[in-house]
Design a protein around this ligand. Structure first.
Ligand code: FES
Length: 190
């Protein structure tokens, strides 16, 4: 795997006037979460969870605030946040579209599904549409290999998807006609 480097030293951190760590969150972090751990670094994970739970993602400014509240280095918070895939370091769209990229789905056409969604939304994998409506990601096995390719619309599992069905699902979300619940059950019945 080739590492993609970026110039962090000169990176600009977007800031807003209002702190992400509200007084109540700071109180919870320092008064409730921090005392549970021997070392302050151990409290970084739950602190990041708290930020993501509140805002849906973890802005750099929030990482600085967490570092300040816990008395750790900002680089230590950044290291932790970038190590785990579960943390969102970019703003997430209102609807998260995830396509399985593991072997069974890849073999059954997941790449075409992903390409079709990329074309429909005009974004790459990992990207978010300009209107903030959609984010597209690829995930590892969703546990539905027997009905590959599989994808998620938010938390709804859709199995046996084709590029056309995938685009159709996106269209339904755009039109407000999408019904949550997934389509795996329909396919098992068929
Ligand atoms: S490989 Fe895609 S669901 Fe298992």
């Amino acid at each position: 795997m080739g590492w993609i480097t970026k110039q962090s030293a000169s990176a600009k951190i977007e800031r807003r006037g209002e702190a992400y760590l509200t007084p109540a969150m700071r109180e919870k972090l320092t008064g409730e979460i921090r005392p549970r751990f021997e070392k302050p670094l151990a409290a970084v994970l739950p602190a990041l969870h708290m930020i993501q739970h509140e805002y849906g993602w973890i802005p750099h400014q929030a990482m600085l605030e967490v570092a300040d509240a816990l008395g750790v280095k900002p680089s230590e918070v950044l290291d932790t946040a970038t190590f785990y895939e579960e943390y969102w370091l970019n703003r997430k769209g209102e609807c998260l579209v995830s396509v399985c990229r593991s072997i069974a789905c890849e073999f059954c056409g997941a790449t075409d599904v992903t390409e079709a969604i990329k074309t429909r939304l005009g974004i790459d994998v990992g990207g978010t549409t300009e209107d903030g409506k959609f984010t597209l990601v690829e995930l590892e096995c969703l546990g539905s290999c027997g009905s590959a390719p599989a994808m998620l619309v938010d938390e709804d599992l859709h199995e046996n998807v084709t590029p056309e069905r995938a685009v159709g699902l996106v269209d339904q979300v755009v039109q407000g006609a999408y019904k949550h619940g997934g389509s795996g059950a329909e396919h098992h019945k068929a």
